[in-house]
Ligand binder design. Structure first.
Ligand code: MN
Length: 209
């Protein structure tokens, strides 16, 4: 697959005069370890966006049910276009009529440690491991902690490939188990729900109806 500017597809899909999403002109994240972010995106089909910093961009997957902390759960993750690093800061509303219209919250974020090794137990560069179709990594986030793996299931040349996302090693605590409920989930940054962000309200305030 020939790749031009890593953000070419991302930029082609968006009008930066009509969306507050970043264009992606900043440099590296500055963190010593690469970062990850999981956003909840209340688009026409609500989903989780799972993003890992690799070589200056956020490699991205759309995970319909969100990550599970139980090793027996396979979560379908469809690859999407690379996003700029600044996208990890994006929480807000994408205007109606624009690509991906809907509300976004930062559900979890942190850093990750690549764990993929070759047969001689030497570390494999993360981008190489992705190109080969399998990555293992340890997440150190506010909500997600521990080993996870993404494995390319089919394809390899298209814009969208399926990569089951699986918890590796020990299961998470019972409290974390199962599918996060997007309607109840809160931003790891601001404590707000999707609805509070959509309505421009602060965290906590309850507007009962
Ligand atoms: Mn999305």
């Amino acid at each position: 697959m020939s790749r031009g500017h890593p953000l070419e597809t991302y930029r082609r899909k968006r009008h930066f005069d009509r969306t507050t999403e970043p264009r992606g002109d900043a440099g590296p994240s500055g963190t010593t370890a690469p970062c990850f972010v999981v956003q909840i995106h209340d688009a026409s089909t609500p989903h989780f966006d799972f993003r890992l910093e690799v070589d200056g961009v956020l490699r991205s997957w759309s995970v319909s049910k969100g990550p599970s902390t139980h090793p027996e759960d396979k979560r379908l993750a469809m690859s999407t276009e690379d996003h700029p690093l600044e996208y990890r800061d994006f929480e807000g509303v994408i205007a109606e009529g624009e690509y991906g219209a809907g509300t976004v919250i930062v559900w979890d974020e942190g850093t990750y440690r690549p764990l993929t090794h070759d047969k001689r137990n030497r570390p494999v560069p993360f981008a190489d491991a992705l190109a080969a179709g399998h990555v293992s990594f340890h997440l150190d986030g506010g909500k997600l902690r521990g080993g996870f793996a993404l494995t390319r299931f089919r394809g390899g040349d298209g814009e969208r490939e399926s990569w089951p996302l699986v918890k590796e090693g020990r299961a998470g605590s019972a409290r974390q188990r199962g599918t996060p409920d997007p309607a109840r989930a809160r931003s790891v940054r601001t404590g707000r729900t999707l609805r509070q962000v959509a309505e421009g309200r602060p965290a906590g305030g309850s507007a009962r109806r």
